[in-house]
Write a protein that binds this ligand. Structure first.
Ligand SMILES: Cc1cc2nc3c(=O)[nH]c(=O)nc-3n(C[C@H](O)[C@H](O)[C@H](O)COP(=O)(O)OP(=O)(O)OC[C@H]3O[C@@H](n4cnc5c(N)ncnc54)[C@H](O)[C@@H]3O)c2cc1C
Length: 396
């Protein structure tokens, strides 16, 4: 066992950190205030190779699994809202990689990112007004009509929903089969019948677009179902016969693989808050001494640092389990998401406390990190759902 990062990983970390420091931090507060999509930052990220399919391919080839966690921690240290614009396409890309054929991956992977000159983004559409944690309750329907699928339904809270060109949409093909009757489809803006609805105004991660996506008689060719028609028909047939399709264990594994990537985003926010609060505590004086010398403030800093280190180690281990193709017997991916998200909320709250009144006003970035952190206990599976998954793994 060796905890040191390789030369390549250190280089990667420096590269991502420099981008975050130079291109993201200086504009983070402005995008937070305006709630505009940071296209100029995304364009720079695309030109630098930070927003690219290549980065994901490079990450895939890293046997340690650390490429993405290392890069993402730095980017989210810069700003989580902007970070989600740079890494939001990773979510539909993961869905495509998990369920699509090699041919579909080659065709739609590059389309999701566009080109460095004209970057595009993609969205993953699962959640509906009545179906968030309970994805079995999805009502969006995909009905076959000759050589086409026709999709109808409303998705809510979709990251990049209002700005994407390519969408991966989860819809029900056979409602009688519950979640086993669902499939994922590739839809593009050019197909027509897919339109962004209401853009949400949020507590935090305000640079990130979160919108409704409305499917109204959206007609797409049959080959847009991920995995292809033959695999879908085979899966539905087996479900109708009551046989196992292996789908739920494959879906659970996919979540275990993707959750560490979300967890490290929370680590990035928490580290930003710890660094700022530490510097502040060394400078700010109360009762004649820097507040860092008051034991209760020192204890806060110690707890914050310890929790962040523990979270990062859980992420690194889960990423390594994923990269080396090992099982997740205790839902270690979910553990990393649970721990890191709750750490980010606790650490940013303590950072506000350390800054006192200055933590609460917008002149300092700490209140933004506090707002940004909260989403991590909600999206990509709430904390309650992570605990449920971990407990189920333990008692299986
Ligand atoms: C900013 C943002 C971005 C998002 N991006 C996307 C996206 O890109 N794509 C997408 O598809 N979705 C996205 N979502 C949706 C997100 O994943 C859901 O909001 C989340 O899964 C929770 O679903 P819900 O809001 O319907 O809450 P509910 O499922 O209604 O949950 C409400 C409460 O009940 C608890 N609860 C529910 N079921 C259980 C249970 N079985 N046991 C214990 N507690 C339970 C929950 O933990 C929560 O505390 C996004 C949401 C937000 C806010």
């Amino acid at each position: 066992m060796d905890f040191s990062l390789s030369e390549e990983h250190i280089e990667l970390q420096k590269w991502a950190h420099e981008f975050a420091e130079k291109e993201i931090r200086p504009v983070a507060a402005d995008y937070d205030a305006s709630e505009e999509y940071p296209w100029p930052v995304l364009a720079k990220a695309a030109q630098a190779g930070l927003y690219s399919l290549d980065l994901y391919l490079q990450a895939q080839a890293d046997p340690t699994g650390l490429t993405l966690p290392i890069v993402m921690e730095e980017v989210f240290w810069g700003c989580a809202g902007i970070g989600l614009c740079i890494f939001g396409t990773g979510l539909p890309l993961s869905a495509l990689a998990a369920a699509g054929t090699q041919e579909q991956l080659m065709r739609w992977g590059p389309a999701m990112f566009g080109t460095p000159e004209q970057p595009k983004v993609a969205a993953f559409c699962v959640t509906e007004p009545q179906a968030g944690s309970d994805v079995r309750a999805l009502r969006t329907r995909a009905v076959r009509d000759g050589d086409h699928w026709v999709l109808n339904g409303t998705k809510v809270f979709i990251t990049n929903g209002g700005v994407a060109d390519t969408y991966v949409v989860v819809a029900t093909v056979d409602p009688e089969l519950g979640h086993r009757g669902q499939a994922s489809f590739i839809v593009t803006r050019d197909d027509g019948g897919i339109t962004p609805g209401k853009k949400e105004h949020k507590l935090g991660i305000r640079a990130s677009d979160t919108s409704e996506v409305i499917l109204n008689d959206c007609r797409i060719p049959l080959d847009r179902v991920l995995g292809g028609m033959e695999r879908l028909e085979d899966k539905l047939e087996r479900a109708r016969r009551g046989e196992s399709t292996g789908r739920s264990s494959a879906a659970l594994r996919t979540f275990e693989i993707t959750r560490p990537s979300v967890a490290i985003q929370a680590v990035g926010i928490a580290r930003a808050a710890l660094e700022f609060a530490t510097d502040y505590a060394k400078e700010r004086k109360a009762f004649g001494v820097p507040i860092a010398q008051h034991q209760s403030i020192a204890n806060h800093l110690a707890d914050m640092a310890t929790e962040i280190e523990a979270s990062r180690l859980l992420v690194y281990r889960a990423a390594w389990l994923a990269a080396s193709g090992q099982p997740f017997p205790k839902a270690e991916g979910s553990m990393s998401k649970l721990k890191a998200s709750e750490t980010a909320v606790a650490v940013t709250e303590k950072a506000v406390q350390i800054l006192g009144g200055y933590g609460y006003i917008r002149d300092f970035p700490v209140e933004k990190w506090y707002r940004d952190a909260k989403i991590y206990t909600i999206f990509e599976g709430t904390s309650e759902i992570q605990r449920k998954v971990i407990a189920q793994a333990l008692t299986a």
